[in-house]
Design a protein around this ligand. Structure first.
Ligand code: S3P
Length: 429
């Protein structure tokens, strides 16, 4: 049965967790290893459905990839050895696979086609198709190439200066990957700071990239070199338990081995501003990524405004932040977050509808939401709409609801956090 009913715990929640590997880094580790010359070993890889789509995509190109649990070994033979896929590539639910792979498919001299599930088929692809076309890409698709399925008549692209018109790490990464394979130099001009895992991994896989202010310059015809990598824990997954421990009375949770990349830690900034009791310690560098421990205790939260440059830094954490805001004193305003409308589902609508259904007061706005705090959640049903982060928000809501919460379509949580319910039971013991 693809639903679960969760009861509020009798006591606080406690424990130490290591969350699964970072989704963004897992995708990119496969991409660079598969394009590389030589064998790369990746450990703590996220065995979630999205990242496995990226693995499968490269198998279609003839790359030999072995996966045993969270260990993945990739036998790269270099860019020139990739073979044209004989079947359409299935990107599933994965926006990151779709956008990043588009940069590669457009730039390899071969024909390929790709499609996605019903959710991904509604998400905008023109944000990569249009700038790639400026480099000479030939991409054809549904609704003037705005939507999947897409067909790529891949060819050598020409490096260009491209000014991005959306704050998106996926678009930036697609352009950097295309630039790495193109002829000449590509300059990507960002509108604001977005997660920089592609840049960090390019350094690790021997790709030269320079950055000046908001401009990234990459020379073409570069071949990545194999590298071993341990993927840090995903701060976006940790966020669910950070909020849980903050809002459930008498709780304390520590998350170990979690990525602390400053382009991803906006959830820590926001929770601190709300009055959360967080302790963060960087314990090591894994490759170029800072990794450490986050401890959190229950505390009284208050409402804040979340906007501007902070938004891309916590874009995936907004559903769980909204849940925290229902427990905070005062009002929380989230704005400049229109991107939420084009995630796995319309997350503004999904968060507001679901939280209101269980007793919260959330007003959706065009580019965010207003959450009136200090509400008592009554319990009821949360529809995930196939969106993993909405499903997990609902599960954490069950910890502070008067009556049980039922999560419909719970299996989508496997996309980013396959052992989420095990961890939830562990901290509730
Ligand atoms: C991601 C970037 C973000 C994020 C997504 C993963 C990435 O999307 O929401 O979950 O790995 O680059 P956008 O680039 O669309 O903001």
């Amino acid at each position: 049965m693809n639903q679960v009913q969760l009861n509020p715990p009798l006591n606080g929640i406690n424990g130490t967790l290591s969350v699964p590997g970072d989704k963004s880094i897992s995708h990119r580790a496969v991409i660079f290893s598969a394009l590389a010359e030589g064998t790369s070993h990746i450990s703590n890889f996220l065995i979630g459905e999205d990242c496995l789509r990226t693995v499968q995509a490269f198998r279609e190109f003839g790359v030999e990839i072995e996966q045993i649990g969270t260990n993945v070994t990739i036998h790269g033979k270099g860019i020139a050895s990739l073979k044209a896929p004989t079947q359409p590539i299935n990107f599933g639910n994965s926006g990151t696979t779709a956008r990043l792979m588009s940069g590669i498919l457009a730039a390899l001299p071969m024909f390929s086609t790709a499609y996605g599930d019903p959710s991904l088929s509604k998400r905008p692809m023109d944000r990569v198709v249009v700038p790639l076309s400026k480099m000479g890409a030939e991409i054809y698709g549904r609704e003037q190439s705005k939507l999947l399925p897409l067909a790529f008549q891949g060819k050598k692209l020409i490096g260009k200066e491209i000014k991005m018109n959306v704050k998106s790490a996926q678009v930036k990464s697609a352009l950097l990957l295309a630039g790495m394979l193109a002829e000449g130099e590509t300059t990507v001009i960002e509108q604001g700071i977005t997660r920089n895992h592609t840049e960090m991994l390019m350094a690790q896989y021997g790709i030269h990239l320079t950055k000046k202010d908001n401009e990234l310059m990459i020379k073409g015809d570069q071949q990545p070199k194999a590298s071993d990598l341990r993927v840090p824990g995903d701060i976006s997954s940790a966020a669910f338990f950070l909020v849980a421990a903050s809002v459930v009375f008498d709780s304390e949770i520590t998350i170990e081995g979690v990525g602390l990349n400053p382009t991803r830690d906006g959830i820590l900034t926001a929770l601190r501003k709300m009055g959360a009791e967080l302790e963060v310690e960087e314990t090591e560098r894994v490759g170029h990524e800072p990794v450490g421990r986050i401890s959190v205790k229950s505390s009284y939260l208050h409402g804040i405004t979340v906007e501007g440059d902070l938004i891309p830094n916590l874009i995936d954490e907004i559903p769980i932040l909204a849940l925290a805001a229902t427990q905070a004193k005062g009002t929380t305003v989230i704005k400049d977050a229109k991107e939420l409308r084009v995630k796995e589902t319309d997350r503004i609508k999904a968060v507001a509808t679901n939280l209101n259904n269980i007793g919260a007061r959330v007003e959706p706005t065009e580019d965010g939401m207003v959450i009136y705090g200090d509400t008592t959640l009554q319990g009821g049903t949360i529809h995930s709409y196939g969106d993993h982060r909405i499903g997990m928000m609902g599960a954490i809501a069950s910890l502070i609801s008067k009556s049980p919460v039922t999560i419909e379509d719970k299996d989508c949580i496997n996309i980013s956090y396959p052992n989420f319910f095990d961890h939830l039971h562990e901290v509730c013991k």
